[in-house]
Design a protein around this ligand. Structure first.
Ligand code: ZN
Length: 536
């Protein structure tokens, strides 16, 4: 840095001063004339002078500011709207408070790390930018999706911003691997609009979601859709492997502990609750419910009285009675929680202590015990039978096949497990299902002699197993995309990597990043060459 005139930036430096650890430069613009930003006509006529304070990049390990005297010119063009203009600078933006170089460093640091860390890094580079500035810069960059041309081959996938709450969607180029766009919603119409605004897009890969299929179709029915192979295989695995394992396993021989259904449990609990109290009370409650049942079935006072052999005023009294006043306080309390108690028991909890715990202590164990008395008696007997049955089995320890063994067989067509080798003889249905899975895998990998999609759907339906038929139906609904998955090499693998990156960025910001910041960091961060291009 030399005092004097600089050709490239068109300014002349007049002085330099150390203020603490800062360097303050003063200077003025050197060119005799300047061009009007509106009409381009050059002007020599000076209107006035102004001072501009600009932050520069470091010099001599110091923070540098430039105090620059700039001029305002009259525009000499009579047809120009502008009468007076300030001369533009080659190294700083209009109204900018820093040089392009300093601004670009702030941008790149803000994109590559969290705001506070970026601010600290910039401080070490002798550039002053608060963490709020860094955050604002990133947010401004990510205000919208950039208008870029794609290679025409795009993958889209959703990811969680907050798992179970809000989801977002990202689009990635299959060839450049660049994140092209980040959307605020998972299945919003903005995705359709974005695809429609890129007529060069020929192919979109996605997971098997029907909603994505409709979104892409709405944008353009000509776009080739590719269902992701991994997701297809995973879905098949989810429906088939457990099913086959249960068929081949010892479930038939080994009995499992029985649990009542919710309705059954509720009925028993209700009966137990209503049979609490003394004989007279029980009789009144029983009569009340009997009369109510008959009334609900369409009986009137006279017919009910006749059938029960009591006087009609008594029937009338019971019909207009408030059940809350009839039941004791304990009964009322229990009735309130009866449905939930039934749900807990049906879900596989049987001892009164555990049930009471699951009800968050709303009922004391004593009352739970009292209201589940019939159930407990009934199921204690059933459980004893199961225990004895299982104990009597000759090979009580028979191990169920590992899911990985079954999956390995489906993925390779070979197995070392003797039980799997014999399934064709011992469990023909399980063998049929596994063969359907193997054909599906071969079809997806486009192996020689593999069936086409229509043929596979027919093969799957022939198993006559609900889960497999449902999967075949899912494939049928998305047939074109599955066919493309067999024919082309595109898959959502590139998306999975991107989603991992998104999660890393998100977590580095303690999950507080909003869509603008995520978008800025994903689209412009990392690849430092490209964001200047995107910004023009
Ligand atoms: Zn002008």
């Amino acid at each position: 840095m030399i005092l004097g005139k600089c050709r490239s930036c068109g300014i002349s430096l007049d002085g330099m001063k150390h203020i603490g650890s800062d360097i303050r430069l003063t200077g003025h613009t050197a060119s005799p004339s300047s061009a009007c930003p509106c009409c381009g006509k050059r002007s020599h006529r000076i209107h006035s002078y102004r001072w501009r304070h600009l932050q520069l990049t470091e010099e001599l390990s110091c923070h540098v500011t430039l105090l620059l005297r700039v001029r305002h010119f009259y525009c000499g063009n009579p047809s120009c709207q502008r009468k007076v203009f300030s001369e533009p600078l080659s190294f700083a933006a209009r109204y900018g408070r820093m040089s392009h170089e300093a601004a670009s460093r702030i941008r790149s640091e803000s994109l590559s790390q969290p705001a506070r860390a970026a601010s600290a890094t910039l401080e070490r580079q002798h550039i002053r930018a608060s963490s709020s500035t860094c955050l604002r810069v990133a947010r401004q960059l990510g205000a919208g999706n950039p208008d870029v041309r794609t290679s025409g081959y795009v993958g889209i996938d959703d990811f969680a911003r907050r798992k179970g709450h809000d989801y977002m969607c990202a689009a990635v180029d299959h060839y450049t691997r660049q994140v092209l766009a980040v959307f605020d919603s998972r299945y919003g119409s903005e995705i359709t609009r974005w695809i429609a605004s890129h007529p060069e897009i020929r192919l979109v890969s996605r997971d098997g979601s029907q909603r994505y299929r409709r979104l892409i179709e709405a944008a353009s029915p000509d776009i080739i859709q590719v269902s992701d192979r991994f997701h297809l295989m995973k879905n098949l695995r989810d429906v088939s492997v457990e099913l086959v394992r249960d068929m081949l396993g010892e479930r038939k021989a080994r009995m499992r502990y029985p649990y009542p259904t919710e309705e059954e449990a509720y009925r028993h609990i209700r009966d137990d609750i209503l049979s609490m109290g003394g004989a007279r009370h029980r009789e009144r409650v029983r009569l009340y419910y009997r009369i109510r049942g008959m009334r609900d079935a369409g009986g009137n006072v006279a017919s009910i009285a006749r059938e029960l052999g009591i006087k009609s005023p008594k029937v009338y009294k019971y019909m207009s009675m408030d059940v809350g006043r009839l039941l004791t306080e304990e009964q009322r309390k229990l009735m309130k929680s009866a449905r939930q108690m039934a749900q807990v028991i049906a879900a596989g909890t049987i001892t009164p202590e555990a049930v009471a715990r699951k009800l968050d202590g709303r009922l004391p164990t004593r009352l739970v015990c009292r209201s589940t008395r019939t159930l407990a008696r009934q199921y204690a007997e059933l459980r004893r039978q199961v225990r004895e049955h299982n104990k009597a089995l000759p090979d009580a320890k028979a191990v169920r096949l590992k899911t990985s063994t079954i999956w390995h067989y489906i993925m390779t067509g070979e197995t070392s497990s003797r039980r799997l080798q014999q399934t064709a003889r011992t469990h023909p249905l399980a063998e049929k299902i596994m063969q359907a899975c193997i054909s599906f895998r071969r079809m997806l990998h486009a192996e020689r002699g593999a069936p086409d999609v229509t043929e596979w759907i027919r093969q799957a339906r022939e198993c006559h197993v609900k889960e497999i038929t449902e999967f075949a139906e899912y494939v049928r609904r998305d047939k074109d995309a599955v066919e493309q998955a067999c024919l082309t090499n595109y898959s959502n693998a590139v998306m999975e990597g991107t989603v991992n990156k998104i999660k890393a960025v998100k977590r580095a910001m303690y999950n507080r990043a909003n869509v603008e910041i995520l978008r800025a960091k994903l689209i412009y961060g990392g690849n430092k060459m490209n964001w200047n291009y995107h910004l023009n």
